[in-house]
Write a protein that binds this ligand. Sequence first.
Ligand code: NOJ
Length: 971
Amino acid sequence: MKLNNSLRTRTSTLFYLAATASLLAKVGQAVNHANFKTCEQSAFARRHRLFADTMAKKVAEPNSKNTKSSSSSSADGSTHPASSPYSVIDSSVHLDGHTVTASVQHEQAQVPLHFEIAFLKSGTVRVRVQEVDPLVPRYSEAHKHILRDEGSSLPYASPDDIKMATEAVNGLVTHTVSYVNGSSAFSVRMTENPWTLEYLVNGKPTMQLNTSGLFHFEHLRQKPADGDLDNVDGGWEETFKNWTDHKRRGPESFGLDINFYGFEHVYGIPEHTSPLSLKDTRGGGEGAYDQPYRIYNLDVFNYQLDSPMAIYGSLPFMLAHNAEATVGVFWVNSSETWVDVTRKLNRGGFKQQSVVNTHWFSESGTMDVFLLPGPSTADVYRQYSEISEQTPMPREFALGYHQCRWNYEDQEDVLAVSAKFHEHSIPYDVIWLDVEYTVGKRYFTWDYDKFPNPLGMQQELARNGHKLVTISDPHIMVDNDYRIWKEGNENGYFIKNIGGLGNYEASCWPGVSSWVDFLDPAASKWMGAQYGLDKFPESTTDMFVWNDMNEPAVFDGPEHTMDKALIQHGGWEHRDVHNLYGMTQQRSTFEGLLAREPVAMRPFLLSRSFYAGSQRYGAIWTGDNTASWGYLRASIPMLLSNNIAGMHFSGADVGGFFGNPDPELLTRWFQLGAWYPFFRGHAHFNTERREPWIFGEPYVSYIRNAIRERYRLLPHWYTLFREASLTGMPLIRPMWMEFPAEPDLFAEQDTFMVGSSIMVAAITKPDTSIPVDVLFPGEEPWYDMHTHVAYPAQLTTQFVVDLANTLVFARGGSIIPTREQQRQSSAYMKSDPFTLYVYVDQAGFAAGKLYIDDGETYDYQSGAFIERELTFLGSKLISRASPLTKNTSAHQTFVQKMSGINVERVAVVGLAIAHNVAEAVVVENGTTRTVNVSHSHSSKIVATDTVSNNSPCIVICNPAVFIGGDWEISF
Ligand code: NOJ
């Protein structure tokens, strides 16, 4: 939309300027803690912690009158003293199909709670709780937004496979519900009085519920008269700074302890800046926090490192891991939630095990929690994928490099930056426009003064294989002359004031704004439709979307977000659905982009806020970081935690958003960023320019190499996304995930795996003379991917790494596909030949995969893909179709389209064979031919390669085998 100048001058910039000034004032400073609640300042959280303290005291004084306590003992003798005011109502336990139901109530509050415990086929257990007869309905729809198929068709176990036995020992009644699913036996032991639940896998206890007695369910109640005790504890009203939160339903929170028996490490529940292995949160030990991990999406300026504070996104999925097993917990609730973590380490006692105690508490809604039994990590992700959809195949260009800045000034600037990439032979795929392309931050308008020819600009970019991304935030400027606001207002699409009347209005970038209520399907559809080419005529199908400020950020709201008592679709309070806001905006955008072309093309969008389910819609990034070594280092556990929780497609602003990186930091950030799943450079408008060439030589060459390495490995990244989309396995993985029985790796976070075959040892400290220690895990050799020098397993080696180099190792036993020709963008690589790197293990074996599709449509769902399984043994490399290959007509058409795309080189690294082998035999389509073999490194393989005499590399030159066919190459 082109707006006239008079309208532009009427743009309300006051709020924007004030907000920006306040933002700038804080650059380089620490977060302002006073703006965000501590656990003690959030009334329900304070109540749950106080309850936990009371229960801890009662455990310490077991003769207390007011609680029931018992000592139950599980199969392996894990006695757990339980003390809880909740017990099962006599005779209320029933097994009905795959579900056990029971009524549980507090010893004083005679309000029965309905419990459901259900087994899924994979052994996952779902536990749900709410009042039998709630006074008013609770919000119980979070699962519809989060779970696969809205949670409507979860694969529950067959009732025939589930048995329940009841026994009473010393007055303690225990029900054991057993389920056998072929290979494993699962059982849930539920004690009646007090109510506790223990989950055993093959007879071993793994997760225990309420064994610390912290289950606490604030039943809905009539509003008491003023002055009642309930009011005093913030049950009906609480004040933070200038904001008072009136709670129309009063206290309605609930909490539960989930204890991981036999574990010392828990991971996940992003987004926080804490270490990968989550810290204790109840003080005490060295470095322990005194605040729980908070799960509440917030726009936090200058977010602090090493903190459990909430930031932009969250995903309540946690893993626990020990040398024998990995188990998971998925807490399905969309209100403010906190998680306390404490550990009891016990490494030698007879039958005593370490335990990680976790205490979860949510402000509203119903309790709905999944316990995933593992026991392997792959099992946990299979179980997770059963209940939650996984990352879909992304648009292929999105895996390339993205260049962003707040803001590229004008059209000339955009095209000049693009041309500079070409001039410096640095590939990139996407250039981004921040808020300044609009008329006064009115999204779906276009500032023609700065960007006079939007279509021409996009065509020019597209001619060189590039895409454009423009920002679109969820706050809509209140302005009668602005079509979007007018339509939204007329149709009632905005979030409503407390009480439900009138649009909520508050301040964000454009000034006074209202917020689209994406929970309303009609509003969501309407907003998504704005991405239609008819509605947004300045856009083309080469333009994609960035959803920012969607926690949602509200400059003058409590904690920089919305008042919890605002009313959203269905009459629910914002309190109930706060954490869904960003995700529902992503969904609207995704669906809008999907619908904008007659044949659906895979959308690409980036969001700052996220929640469980966001992985279905696109990428996220870690928001406004700072150009410092600390933020560079912290990006690794942050992105690993996202990946652990299933939010795979994540990145951090390369270079740091605030502040100016020096050339060494910028170079190291590009070198690390090339291994982020989402790879984008971005900077605040107040920073100096820092595009890859700005610092000149030698830095531009180093950065070029880093970006080129990303492009060489795009086939590998794409294949990893394929795996993630099928199995849920993270793209980047903590070391322990690949080496689960090596406790030294359980807290490792400076080194990580990209898939199962590449180990990246990040360099996150200045001063290249300081050596970096790398532990080579497992049993197979590792190969430096640049020099091909081999390192034996279980060796710790020190490396002094100058700025030209990085530490990246291929795992012996893997085959990694690359495309070595360097191009302007990934679009130009589509017809390029492949190189296969074979890194052999000690037995001379290696295996790998390659997945290819058209990179943009959904035809792959009808079989239009090539997926090869590559195996090397002895001196023979074999390519076979993966069993998932379907011989459909779509497959045949795709294979036809790919004909002529060959393997141009096979490099076998680490295989000691006679040097006189001069040729290899290629068998393809029933014919046999010979090709040359060389024994030295070709400088064509990698620009940064150096020849190493002690690691043999056999290069099979141009075997020219079809990438999509069966063949064998032997020498
Ligand atoms: C906040 C985002 O985090 C940042 O990346 C962006 O540049 C600004 N909003 C302006 O849109």
